[in-house]
Design a protein around this ligand. Structure first.
Ligand SMILES: Cc1cc2nc3c(=O)[nH]c(=O)nc-3n(C[C@H](O)[C@H](O)[C@H](O)COP(=O)(O)OP(=O)(O)OC[C@H]3O[C@@H](n4cnc5c(N)ncnc54)[C@H](O)[C@@H]3O)c2cc1C
Length: 384
């Protein structure tokens, strides 16, 4: 049982003075100190509960600068701030005792879609599904996917370098972040994009100066950095030094910020790279007598180059079978033959630009399954 957070009232002597200073700075968004808002913001999708003293809903990107300038330069340096998007993080990352700044209420505009350049410029509170719905009309999509796509924001995805289904093929969020506008803790704004070695060596912008100094301090020995990161498809430990510094002397500070959980600054705008929507998609449902068989096969089925494999164990299968909505998915899950006992399942998805490639993948799956001999049946559940 999770213990309920109790509000003890504000503990900070700055609690009343800070909102006044913020309004005086021209802050246009909402400032909330009421118990209902603080309690709502005391939870996310983690087991933690931490009530903030103050919740801010910035109305514009300029508001973020006003908040951080006020904190950084006007006598409120003790105040910490936590950016918050959809609050779907599972580790309590969007919770904080001091000031929580929620982007999802107002900073949720898609500022520009450039179909020819295959990029979009967004505010941080844009939700993933909102973006992909807008892009679909242009035949484009933002590839990193999270199960929480109906709520997770691009700011939160950048904060966590998110990726989910499809990551084996498409990679992580940082692979698609072309540039970022980052507001630092003192209100200064940096525009972070990839800089070539020459730009880093001789540029006179604050971004180039920062890149120079970081390259000197962090990337003096690129092999040490490469060696420190384990070879994992989804390595998310610490700052992404590996992708921030190129072996050719280039620097990519947007990769350092992506995955930094808001600790390096507040992302107030992002320019994202996009891909064309695949023309065809097919999914096979492969059934197994045990979860172990399904897991072992999943590794081998990667050789057939699926866009995603999701594995379901017997317990989840059984829970689904007892659900009142089972009749809706029974055909897709079982291929029509009701199983006598719970099964484990691999959902193997392929995406293709043409029919021949998709047919080839599905034929390759048949062969791989016959060769492994672990599955007890499969069928193509979706072919669109
Ligand atoms: C059921 C479930 C399934 C999930 N599936 C996946 C999955 O498949 N893949 C995956 O990667 N994650 C998954 N998650 C975790 C979570 O949904 C993702 O990390 C998501 O990207 C977080 O987005 P959010 O808008 O909710 O961010 P929040 O939770 O609000 O914030 C996440 C982090 O980003 C920071 N942040 C938010 N906005 C900004 C900003 N503007 N500037 C700087 N930092 C910012 C926050 O401070 C925090 O550290 C899942 C969570 C649940 C509950």
């Amino acid at each position: 049982m999770i213990q309920a957070e109790t509000l003890t009232g504000s503990t900070s002597s700055d609690a009343a003075a800070f909102p006044r200073a913020l309004r005086a700075s021209g802050f246009e968004g909402e400032i909330a100190m009421d118990e209902a808002t603080r309690l709502t913001m005391a939870t996310d999708n983690s087991i933690y509960q931490v009530a903030p003293e103050l919740v801010l809903f910035p109305a514009t990107g300029a508001d973020i600068v006003r908040v951080l300038e006020t904190i950084g330069t006007k006598g409120f340096r003790d105040i910490g701030f936590t950016p918050r998007g959809g609050g779907t993080g599972t580790n309590g990352q969007s919770l904080g005792r001091s000031v929580v700044m929620d982007t999802s209420r107002h900073l949720n505009r898609i500022l520009e879609i450039d179909p020819d350049g295959r990029r979009a410029r967004v505010e941080p509170g844009v939700v993933l599904n909102q973006l992909n719905t807008a892009l679909a009309g242009h035949g484009l999509f933002f590839p990193p996917h999270v199960s929480t796509a109906s709520r997770a924001t691009l700011g939160g995805m950048i904060g966590t370098d998110a990726c989910g289904k499809g990551s084996a093929r498409y990679g992580r969020t940082h692979d698609y972040v072309e540039s970022l506008e980052l507001v630092l803790a003192d209100g200064r704004v940096l525009r972070l994009r990839s800089l070539t070695r020459d730009e880093v060596d001789s540029g006179d912008s604050p971004e180039a100066a920062l890149a120079r100094s970081l390259r000197e301090r962090c990337a003096a020995d690129p092999r040490a950095i490469a060696g420190a990161f384990p070879e994992m498809t989804r390595s998310l430990t610490g700052y992404n030094l590996r992708d921030a510094f190129g072996a050719d002397g280039s620097v990519h500070l947007q990769h350092l910020v992506t995955g930094a959980e808001g600790t390096l600054g507040f992302v107030r705008q992002a320019t994202l790279n996009l891909l064309p929507l695949p023309a065809r998609r097919g999914m096979a449902v492969v059934r197994y007598a045990s979860f172990d068989d399904a897991l072992q096969d999943a590794r081998e089925l990667l050789a057939t180059r699926p866009s995603a494999i999701e594995t379901l164990d017997e317990h989840l299968f059984e829970l689904a079978r007892k659900d009142s909505d089972w009749f809706r998915v029974q055909q897709a899950m079982t291929g029509g033959t009701p199983p006598e006992k719970p099964l484990a399942v691999n959902f193997v998805e392929y995406e293709a630009d043409d029919d021949a490639w998709l047919e080839g993948r599905l034929a390759g799956l048949d062969e791989a399954l016959a060769a492994s001999g672990r599955s007890i049946g499969h069928h193509v559940a979706a072919d669109e």
